[in-house]
Design a protein around this ligand. Structure first.
Ligand SMILES: C[S@@+](CC[C@H](N)C(=O)[O-])C[C@H]1O[C@@H](n2cnc3c(N)ncnc32)[C@H](O)[C@@H]1O
Length: 264
């Protein structure tokens, strides 16, 4: 928590106002996508599902896959939703980024209850989407939620990332957008990045969640943005965006976003 607080203060100091953004691409993306305040039709229906989950106090068994613990714990669905699902403001940003990217092949690492999966699927109904979740009970609930939302372009895989990532990548053939939202460990994050990179091209977009969650996640983010294939990185504090397009202005930038102050 102390680490994250210092990281946030440092982000606030670093984040430029729009006039500090040199890349025309980042300037346009910030104005037209990241800070777009329009109400997209998908927001309301997905948030209605979230509201119901927040009121569901039934307990389920979930495994913790992080940091080699792999312990099973009873937790209420409402608590999982509150603690693990992406906040509305950032889920909306991910939705708009998916629309903007025109992604046809999408991979999500970490389905949980399926909230961001739904935001991705509603953004790109024509895309092929694979989302991986290790905990069986979560994967089942995500499946129900996607059906309620009439989403049919998502394949949910219930397995650990290390067992299923390679096959998921092979099945997709290529990836236009990856949302990395599970197992926030340094080595694991870099391994997932390297595996996905083999299937990415110059137009691909990688979105990492919780890039300042811990010292090791911040280290992983710094290592990823310094990769020679990365042309542009955008640090929005809660999430980080990685672009590979060599025609973009080379820039690593922190962009201020008010979504970081949103509690929901
Ligand atoms: C933060 S939650 C995902 C939240 C979801 N993307 C959303 O915002 O709606 C991360 C999920 O990844 C799963 N996970 C973490 N490490 C994993 C691993 N190594 N293999 C499979 N699943 C894993 C956890 O069980 C958890 O449900």
């Amino acid at each position: 928590m102390i680490f994250k607080t210092f990281a946030f203060l440092s982000y606030l100091l670093r984040s430029f106002h729009l006039h500090g953004i040199h890349s025309p691409f980042v300037f346009k993306l910030t104005n037209e996508v990241l800070r777009d305040k329009s109400a997209y039709y998908a927001y309301e229906e997905i948030e209605a599902i979230r509201s119901k989950l927040l009121l569901t106090h039934k307990k389920i068994n979930v495994q913790d896959f992080g940091e080699g613990k792999h312990k099973s714990q009873e937790r209420s669905i409402s608590r999982i939703c509150r603690n693990s699902s992406q906040r509305k403001a950032f889920a909306e940003i991910i939705h708009r980024l998916a629309i903007h990217s025109k992604a046809e092949h999408i991979l999500e690492l970490g389905t949980s209850l399926g909230i961001t999966t739904a935001y991705l699927a509603k953004a790109r109904p024509q895309a092929k989407i694979i989302s991986i979740e290790g905990a069986p009970e979560l994967s089942k609930i995500a499946d129900i939620n996607l059906k309620k939302l009439d989403i049919h372009n998502v394949k949910l895989i219930n397995d650990q990332f290390k067992n299923s990532l390679d096959n998921a990548l092979k099945e997709l053939g290529k990836i236009d957008l990856v949302y990395f939202d599970g197992n926030h460990e340094y080595e694991a994050t870099l391994n997932y990045f390297e595996s996905c990179l083999k299937y990415a091209d110059e137009q691909s977009l990688f979105i990492f969640d919780d890039i300042h969650w811990s010292a090791s996640m911040q280290k992983a983010w710094n290592k990823i943005k310094d990769h020679p294939k990365v042309q542009c990185s955008i640090d929005l504090f809660q999430i980080g965006l990685i672009y590979f397009d060599p025609t973009l202005t080379k820039q690593h930038i922190s962009v201020y976003h008010s979504a970081n102050f949103s509690r929901t």
